[in-house]
Design a protein around this ligand. Structure first.
Ligand SMILES: Nc1ncnc2c1ncn2[C@@H]1O[C@H](COP(=O)(O)OP(=O)(O)OP(=O)(O)O)[C@@H](O)[C@H]1O
Ligand SMILES: [Mg+2]
Length: 466
């Protein structure tokens, strides 16, 4: 991916001139005319390098520089300053600016400075990343560390909570972004690493089963309770319990869980004595928990108790820098599994991958690579193998389906007949995609939109690899 340069300068002529010059040399460029807009853009775009004019209408350039460095110390900032204002430039250097260039700009000089700045940034990023990879992911060989700027604060928080004793962690993020994986990273890096990491999916069990799964039960507590059973809370003692899809937990169990969080004590179902445990809870959901609280289906006291530490994992489309490493990792895994000869992914294929919206995030990327490796042959995985049909946001796939269905419905049956299953399947996939998009990937909501039971929807999602 080309380096991204953000230009913050109040003079439009200079912005346009520099942007055109840099774009012509293959850089990605964005511009801002005020300090506030520049800071806002820098936070969103995480540019590799910022060209910063010291004289701005709203904030002083030095203030902007200080804030840029505070938010992202790795950012390389090159100062543009008027001739004769070297005092300010010196101040800027103290604030860790990379270098300064005086106006009127000597283009060759500016380009050389930008080039050096990007190289320096790249190597310091690599060092920082090596450090991250070494410590956080050392014990988890199947996890690919993200190199994107947006993931670094997430890892920083992971590092801090892992070290800190028992505080509860709430992991938020769309389906397939890697919430499970982060929960394991936390456990493996915590002092609890030699004790159990257990997990339960709150959506997969009916209320009563979930209750006895979590808290255990005494013999005779209910009809089927022939034996005493220890719950996950007891079994995870000294370790970590991961509660996946916490948003689906019923209100009565939420009450019991709240008590566990407050007292670290609970009773088995049908039991009379309090059992004390030492367990770190990590909860995850792809639903909007705050919204569920507002609707009254999730208890606000539990919500606040859970989100002592909140981690939001950004969707894959917001961190395209992470994609090549992930794709290459999955390529290696499936290459091995299917005994293929692929050595790398073509640059064009990587570009196509980077342009996808990935509603199913890393899981969907993994499935895409798996299918491509399974069906393809050769040493380089190209665009052809990817079988990515509709470009992002394009209704092309649907338009084709409309033609197919129209022909099927309005023409007489062809002599060779039709493959009914194929037609039905394509229609189903299109409708399910629509419903999932309308429901922002919330399966319960999508299943209601389709008037299809959740289990049946799930089965189809899995079956069609959606
Ligand atoms: N950093 C990563 N390195 C390697 N594989 C990853 C990474 N992140 C995610 N994956 C893979 O993507 C898939 C989905 O990850 P995971 O189950 O952690 O997501 P999730 O956010 O818990 O999804 P859901 O909301 O559906 O529970 C898994 O197969 C996982 O191995
Ligand atoms: Mg999960």
């Amino acid at each position: 991916m080309q380096p991204h340069v953000l230009i913050i300068d109040d003079q439009e002529a200079i912005r346009l001139f520099l942007a055109a010059t840099l774009e012509a040399r293959g850089y990605r460029v964005s511009t801002a005319g005020t300090g506030a807009a520049g800071l806002d853009q820098a936070a969103r775009e995480a540019p590799d390098l910022v060209l910063l004019d010291l004289r701005l209408p709203d904030l002083s350039g030095l203030q902007v520089l200080a804030r840029l460095k505070e938010a992202a110390p790795q950012t390389c900032v090159v100062i543009l300053t008027s001739y004769g204002r070297t005092d300010a430039a010196v101040e800027a250097m103290k604030l860790q600016a990379f270098d300064f260039v005086t106006k009127p700009v000597n283009l060759d000089h500016l380009l050389a400075v930008i080039h050096r700045g990007l190289e320096a940034g790249e190597s310091s990023r690599r060092r920082a990343q090596a450090r991250t990879a070494d410590d956080l992911f050392a014990s988890l060989p199947g996890v690919v560390p993200g190199r994107s700027a947006v993931m670094q604060p997430v890892y920083e928080t992971v590092r801090r909570v892992a070290a800190g004793g028992r505080s509860t962690v709430l992991i938020l993020g769309e389906s397939g972004v890697g919430k499970d994986i982060l929960a394991q990273v936390i456990h493996r890096n915590s002092p609890r690493r030699d004790y159990p990491f257990l997990e339960v999916n709150c959506a997969s069990l009916p209320e009563q089963l979930l209750e006895s799964e979590l808290f255990g039960h005494e013999r005779g507590a209910f009809t089927d309770a022939a034996q005493q059973k220890l719950g996950l809370l007891e079994l995870a003692h000294s370790g970590t319990l991961f509660l996946d899809e916490i948003g689906e937990m019923s209100l009565p169990i939420q009450v019991k869980l709240l008590r566990v969080l407050e007292k670290m004590a609970f009773r088995r179902v049908g039991g009379l004595e309090d059992i004390q445990v030492d367990v770190r809870l990590i909860a995850a959901t792809n639903r909007d928990l705050a919204g569920l609280v507002a609707q009254g289906v999730f208890r606000s006291d539990l919500y606040y108790r859970l989100k002592v530490v909140e981690l939001t994992v950004p969707p894959l489309r917001q961190r395209p820098e992470d994609l090549p490493d992930l794709a290459r990792y999955f390529l290696r895994v499936y290459n091995e599994e299917f005994g293929k000869q692929f050595r790398d992914i073509s640059p064009a294929a990587l570009e196509v991958l980077a342009a996808q919206p990935w509603p199913g995030n890393v899981r969907e990327l993994r499935n895409t690579i798996e299918r491509a490796v399974l069906l393809g042959d050769g040493t380089e995985l190209g665009v052809g193998e990817l079988q990515i049909d509709a470009p992002p946001g394009d209704a092309g796939g649907d338009a084709e389906l409309v033609r197919v269905l129209e022909t099927a419905l309005t023409s007489p049956l062809p002599a060779g007949g039709i493959v009914l299953d194929d037609l039905v399947e394509r229609f189903e996939i299109a409708m399910i995609r629509k419903a999932m998009a309308a429901a922002a990937d919330n399966q319960s909501l999508a299943s209601r939109l389709l008037h299809l039971g959740r289990d049946r929807l799930r089965y189809r999602l899995k079956n069609y690899e959606l």
